[in-house]
Design a protein around this ligand. Structure first.
Ligand code: UD1
Length: 345
């Protein structure tokens, strides 16, 4: 039987490359589109080494309508698109809001338009828990109100959700699933693919592994005076491999027509809140390596605490985060060591 073709945009990036692996491992034929603006083509070697299959790849900027059209012409028989390609730095989005609006929104519009023209019915979108802001009640469910975003990056995620909701309806035979990710961490256990942020990372775990590698690099804990048990912020950290598997579940659901509406939303998290200090302690315990850190000031715009109610995804997608946090932190550490040895980071 011919394998079902899935287009993965941003498939050489951090989450995209992990999703490509899981889709291939589940029998899909993956085609990657990426402009390599924040990733390396070397991710394709890693995907091939892990799965034994090298996905077809095209270097393409999905903001370019003509190039997007020609890419979709070549791949018009795809069953679904998993759309990761986007700019993702919160801080950069504050400095360059128009780049974020232009890039993240135009690329989604171009992709959805081409899907409609080619009759590709299914889209899985890479959403974010950032759309909830600081929720009134925790854990946060999919019914919690969506709030005004704290950054242009967050706004683009909310607007993209709205574009999907407004566009997808049965008449057009298009449907989608938005996966609202909580905080993905770690890397593939083989250390063959992983996170390669351009410049200095912004996210906690890459900063922890940096501060553990180079003792002159200090991690600042952004505030320990929050209303939480140890005073540091709380997030729902999930393994990127678990997160990648949620995309397979979403693609399966759409292809099998099991979705209950034309645009569904799922929280993708562990359901457990973990503080910044707990993460640092877990990292030190799991790797036996000390993290060079000190307590600093609060970061403007940070949310005090958020964690997911992921029961809808557990039930409807039949997906659950299973990786232990220590194991995930070890995978992050192994990837940093691998990159340091290879001189990539
Ligand atoms: C941030 C974004 C979120 C986005 C996500 C992408 C904000 C408010 N939110 O989430 O919209 O989807 O990145 O991955 O920016 N921390 C430190 N020291 C550091 C870095 C982080 O203490 O040097 C703390 C933060 O205060 C936070 C936690 O670590 O409590 C996680 O931070 P981070 O990895 O940046 O993710 P979020 O802020 O949750």
């Amino acid at each position: 039987m011919r394998k079902k073709k899935i287009i993965v945009t941003g498939g050489t990036g951090y989450i995209g490359s992990h999703a490509a692996v899981e889709l291939i491992n589940n029998g899909y034929n993956v085609v990657i589109a990426d402009d390599l603006s924040n990733s390396l083509a070397g991710a394709l070697d890693g995907i091939e080494e892990i799965t034994g299959i090298r996905p077809q790849f095209e270097k393409i900027d999905l903001c370019n309508k003509k190039d997007t059209a020609s890419f979709f012409c070549n791949n018009s028989k795809a069953e679904a698109v998993v759309h990761f390609a986007a700019l993702k730095s919160v801080a950069e989005s504050v400095e360059k809001p128009l780049s974020y609006y232009r890039n993240n929104i135009n690329s989604l519009i171009n992709v959805v338009e081409q899907m409609e023209l080619k009759g590709i019915p299914n889209l899985v979108f890479s959403g974010s828990c950032t759309v909830y802001g600081q929720p009134e009640t925790l854990p946060v469910t999919e019914d919690s109100p969506v709030k005004k975003a704290l950054s242009p990056y967050g706004s683009t995620k909310r607007i993209c959700e709205e574009i999907m909701q407004d566009t997808f309806n049965s008449d057009k035979k298009q449907q989608g699933i938005v996966l609202r990710y909580f905080n993905p961490i770690g890397n593939h256990p083989t250390a063959l693919i992983g996170e390669l942020p351009r410049g200095k990372p912004n996210n906690l775990v890459p900063l922890i592994t940096r501060a553990a590698t180079d003792k002159t690099d200090e991690l600042k804990v952004y505030g320990n005076d929050y209303d939480t048990p140890d005073g540091t912020c709380i997030r729902d950290y999930l393994s990127v491999v678990d997160l990648a598997k949620a995309h397979v579940a979403a693609v399966d659901r759409l292809i099998k027509g099991e979705n209950e509406s034309d645009c569904e939303f799922f929280n993708i998290g562990t359901g457990k809140g973990v503080s910044v200090m707990e993460i640092i302690n877990a990292f030190e315990r799991a790797t036996n390596v000390k993290v060079n850190y000190s307590i600093g000031k609060r970061r403007p715009g940070d949310i005090e605490k958020i964690w997911a109610d992921a029961s809808l995804a557990n039930k409807k997608l039949k997906w659950k985060a299973t990786e232990e946090i220590e194991k995930t932190l070890v995978s992050a550490w192994r990837w940093t060591q691998h990159c340091t040895e290879k001189g990539i980071l």
